[in-house]
Design a binder for this molecule. Sequence first.
Ligand SMILES: [Zn+2]
Length: 254
Amino acid sequence: MRSNVVFIRFLSGKIMLTSLILLSLLGSGCGVQSSANTQKKSAIRTLIVGGGSSHDFDKWYKEVDVATLEKDGFASVKYTSNVSEVLAQLANLDVLILANNQPMEDPALRKAIFAFVAEGKGLIIAHAGLWYNWKDWPEYNQQLAGGGSNSHDKYGPFDVTVVDTKHPVTKGVPEKFNLSDERYYYKPDPSGPGIKVLASSSAQGSEVIYPSVFVVNNSKARIVGIALGHDAASHDLPAYQILLRNAVKWVSRK
Ligand SMILES: [Zn+2]
């Protein structure tokens, strides 16, 4: 009899212990959930706009760049190639990334993008967005892109050198890396606000150096231009991915 009582006590003790372990596991589970919630709340709200010609925007911006930015809850990213959706989303954004070379003709959208910048929100203009795309909207290139490109080397390998290693946008980026891309002949507009070059490109057989990553001076907002980004060779490259994440963080001021 006595041994039965001891056994029952042992059993109930075991059940208690199991319950305690279960409770603590549940507790830590809640902890994980709440920290995920916190991460989601502080994730940098970003919209990437793509669409237009000559590029697989869905592959490199919608798929790869969104994944690069959403990794570890860093940013919460939406992508659109429907420019009519952009205006309604601006109010809920920290960072706008313009990679599109399709027109943005709606005067209200154009005005809203300038207002977004005037509010001090973050803007990144990437690759095809740095082209002189719109003859009827010179303010875009002059003020937002700080200039533009209307030509590039034939797609191929070139070197990118970080010229400002102290800037938050180049933190953790190799001082020199090589990639295959279109080397944009981006030139700052002398009548624009001016730029600060963070990384530049040099190609064999050419003495001309062009900006690859730069800050466009603006009194209210932080604006970064990234001339790289034609296809997989850039978007899959760790150096590009670090630059993109750094740029999003820096322009968002978060
Ligand atoms: Zn391209």
